[in-house]
Design a protein around this ligand. Structure first.
Ligand SMILES: Cc1cc2nc3c(=O)[nH]c(=O)nc-3n(C[C@H](O)[C@H](O)[C@H](O)COP(=O)(O)O)c2cc1C
Length: 360
């Protein structure tokens, strides 16, 4: 008998999940998101699995010290059957909602090792991995995938394998590996997965707002949505989804609310080992996304990128967010206001997905 998925916060509503994001979805960030309105499910950033790997301590913290009240799935990236099994067994000793397999990471240094999105070139290897993990995961076993590598040729075969190995939940990012992060999202292929998969499917990719979530749910008939970058921009997005999907008006967010979010995020992500200047630079990576909703000209982004100290950064935040504090924060990103770097080139040296290279 299969294990039921954890109940959503509002029973009967479509599911919501915070997408796994390397260097973002850690304990601190999950706590901040939960403060403004938790998703139904969290996913850790990926645990790397190879011969010498041990589950990374900082990622384990997001499971062991999770105080959000919501379940956390532990994500693995790797291709060696024995090491994947060993790592899954180790993670199952922690309070995880389930084990998730990454079949999507598009960084060339990753896919060249035939892990993440690279595995989509070898569906039969995916079948072996699914069989191995299914055999040792007694509870929930989930998969997050893209719709193909160069194109969608392997998609149907992978969906067959997902059914054959009784995957419990499938998250589909509606782009191929080669499409990275900025092409249009192929929601029709997510609908295709919904029609074929026996398990619930979460639709993922460019879900910018509660209204966009509702449209994608209607168009794909997915069981829920998984949201990444737009939850960095707007941490209220999950509670807004719940409002809209239960027929209530979506709460408006003011610039003063955004100021509160930035302060909370700054303090939550402080670390004694991180010098102030480095912490300010780390904040800029989140603010790249936040800035897309502050003003239509990108003036906040322009100024924020020049901050060199905490005092400087909050001076800029005060000026842009508290001069007219009751003004609305835009629920959709302003068109043309791009989170830098604004050209997405596959970075052959990055060994994962980093905020420094991924934009929206
Ligand atoms: C900074 C960053 C890091 C990411 N790290 C991971 C990861 O560790 N595992 C994973 O499956 N996907 C990862 N992704 C992909 C996201 O989970 C998601 O599929 C993608 O961003 C599309 O959703 P969005 O448009 O809502 O952001 C990452 C994305 C970003 C922006």
């Amino acid at each position: 008998m299969s294990t039921p998925l954890p109940a959503p916060l509002t029973v009967g509503q479509p599911l919501t999940a915070l997408a796994p994001m390397q260097d973002v979805t850690d304990l601190a960030f999950m706590g901040v998101i939960a403060h403004y309105g938790a998703p139904d499910y969290f996913f850790t950033e990926f645990f790397r699995v190879h011969a010498q790997s041990r589950p990374e301590k900082h990622i384990l913290r997001s499971i062991d010290e999770n105080a959000t009240g919501r379940p956390v799935f532990a994500q693995l990236i790797g291709e060696d059957l024995g090491h994947l099994a060993r790592t899954a067994e180790e993670l199952l000793r922690h309070n995880v909602a389930g084990i998730d397999l990454n079949l999507g990471c598009p960084a060339p240094k990753v896919y060249k090792k035939n892990v993440g999105g690279g595995l989509l070139r070898d569906p039969e290897r995916i079948g072996e991995i699914l069989a191995t993990l299914r055999a040792i995961v007694p509870g929930l076993f989930t998969v997050k995938m893209r719709i193909g590598f160069d194109d969608t040729t392997p998609f149907d075969r992978v969906l067959e394998l997902v059914n054959e190995h009784r995957v419990d939940l499938l998250s589909v990012h509606g782009r191929t590996v080669k499409e990275m992060y900025r092409s249009e999202v192929h929601y029709d292929w997510i609908a295709h997965a919904v029609a074929r998969a026996r398990c619930p499917v979460l639709a993922n990719g460019n879900i910018t707002s509660a209204h966009k979530a509702a449209t994608v749910l209607t168009d794909t008939r997915a069981a829920g949505v998984m949201i990444g970058r737009h939850a960095i921009r707007n941490p209220w997005i999950f509670s807004q989804c719940r409002e809209l999907l239960s027929g209530q008006p979506v709460s408006r967010i003011t610039l003063a609310d955004v100021h509160d979010y930035i302060q909370r995020l700054y303090h939550a992500t402080l670390s004694p080992s991180l010098p102030e200047r480095d912490h300010v630079n780390k904040m800029k990576k989140y603010l790249n996304f936040v800035g897309q909703g502050v003003d239509p000209t990108g003036a906040f982004l322009y100024d924020m990128r020049r901050a060199e100290s905490e005092r400087g950064l909050f001076g800029i935040c005060d000026q842009h967010l508290l001069t007219d504090p009751t003004r609305n924060f835009s629920l959709e990103p302003y068109p043309g206001v791009i989170a830098r770097p604004n050209c997405e080139t596959p970075d052959g040296t990055a060994d994962g997905c980093s905020l420094a290279t991924i934009t929206a």
